[in-house]
Design a protein around this ligand. Structure first.
Ligand SMILES: NC(=O)c1ccc[n+]([C@@H]2O[C@H](COP(=O)([O-])OP(=O)(O)OC[C@H]3O[C@@H](n4cnc5c(N)ncnc54)[C@H](O)[C@@H]3O)[C@@H](O)[C@H]2O)c1
Ligand SMILES: [Zn+2]
Length: 364
């Protein structure tokens, strides 16, 4: 088992540990019992995770001695809203949950975001622990304390910054994950290499087969390094006022494409396409070498993340969403760009014609 500490400013938040291992569920129960004592515990999860892992998880938690209940909601982003939050809050009241209780988010990013949100407002806040079960949640959403629900006006528009007491990552959960959800996580792992570390990028290039085959030892290394990179940004900029924006690499264009597809395009695909577009822009405007652009494209393609923008998503639709975006200055859209793999920079405004040409170049 590996342990990483997220060191936060004591005046704002308490620091916490991320524990990573494989098949460590029984130990998670014992660690929660010992290190995070509470009058009672409530697991919040979604219907899919409840069906696959709920019973076994509850059995190990009870065996460790925890007084624990489980509540669930229907799986999927469509549940990430105030209605679900209020419904879960009502169930917490019915169970008699008070400030001496602790919530446990068992699931992907949707479960983590909504549980963190509820924990931050229920009775003016109760503690919570993240146990992420998707690859995306294990390398990204469970760390950093951003909580949210969606509004009809847009995603994540209602939320708080509220750090968990601990994060426990068990790669065993990933065995039941669909290929598509697995690839969503891979896109984020590739992003970490591109924005933070040429060495990490190289480790991914030489471990393609191992990652495809979900080899435990390789996954453990990649998850650990991803968590280390993310926590580094969170420690410096907990409230996302500056340097944490770098984690949005590939996401501004990605989000525009996701929205333009009416959220039918998987997040990982959108981020992969966003990263390719930005790399090509950096090649045109900022001397990123052709070789590095190709390496990024090749790594993305190795996991069957698509290199081409589907025809149903028109260039002008993407551009007008980007221009409606708040990150705009002097008529240019602002992106996180890279000088080299591992060397990001901000404030690289990109003009409309370069954007159009780049997106059009990704059609065939
Ligand atoms: N808070 C943050 O910093 C942050 C960062 C990135 C993304 N997010 C949010 O995270 C969400 C996306 O997260 P996600 O991709 O994990 O989505 P998700 O939680 O919807 O999970 C994807 C699907 O996988 C299923 N699933 C979960 N674990 C499983 C397992 N072990 N085996 C089989 N199926 C499993 C879920 O039931 C769901 O159907 C979005 O709402 C996004 O806004 C938050
Ligand atoms: Zn993402």
């Amino acid at each position: 088992m590996k342990r990483i500490k997220v060191n936060l400013d004591k005046k704002i938040s308490t620091s916490y540990d991320i524990t990573i291992g494989s098949d460590i569920r029984d130990r998670i129960g014992l660690m929660i019992m010992k290190d995070y004592p509470a009058g009672r515990y409530v697991v919040i999860t979604d219907s899919t995770v409840a069906g696959l892992h709920g019973r076994a998880f509850m059995d190990t938690m009870k065996a460790a001695g925890l007084t624990i209940d489980l509540i669930e909601f229907p799986a999927g982003e469509k549940s990430k809203n105030m209605e679900t939050a209020l419904c879960l809050i009502k169930k917490l009241f019915d169970l008699g949950v008070d400030r001496n209780s602790l919530l446990i988010a068992l699931g992907g990013g949707v479960v983590g975001d909504i549980t963190g949100f509820i924990a931050s407002i229920y009775m003016r806040s109760v503690p919570y622990i993240q146990i992420p079960t998707t690859l995306l949640a294990q390398v990204d959403s469970s760390i950093g304390g951003k909580t949210a629900v969606d509004l009809p006006e847009g995603k994540n528009l209602l939320g708080t910054f509220y750090q968990p007491k601990a994060v426990f990552i068990d790669t065993k959960f990933l065995e039941t994950l669909s290929d598509q959800e697995y690839k969503n996580g891979i896109a984020e792992i590739i992003k970490y290499g591109v924005i933070d570390s040429e060495d990490f990028f190289q480790a991914q290039e030489s471990g393609i087969e191992a990652l495809k085959n979900r080899e435990t030892s390789h996954l453990l290394k990649l998850i650990e390094q991803s968590c280390r990179i993310k926590k580094g940004f969170v420690e410096i900029d907990e409230k996302d006022n500056g340097i944490r924006h770098i984690l949005n690499f590939g996401h501004t264009i990605g989000h525009a494409m996701e929205a333009e597809s009416n959220f039918t395009m998987p997040h990982g695909y959108a981020v992969a396409l966003g990263m390719i577009a930005i790399s090509r822009i950096c090649e045109k405007l900022h001397n990123l070498s052709v070789n590095e652009t190709r390496r990024i494209e090749k790594l993305i393609a190795a996991f069957d993340l698509p290199p081409l923008i589907p025809t149903e998503i028109p260039t002008d639709g993407i551009i007008s969403r980007l221009h409606g975006d708040k990150k705009k200055k002097d008529g240019k859209v602002q992106f996180i760009l890279i000088k080299n793999i591992g060397k990001p920079f901000w404030n690289g405004g990109v003009d409309r014609s370069t954007l159009v040409a780049t997106l059009e170049g990704m059609r065939k």
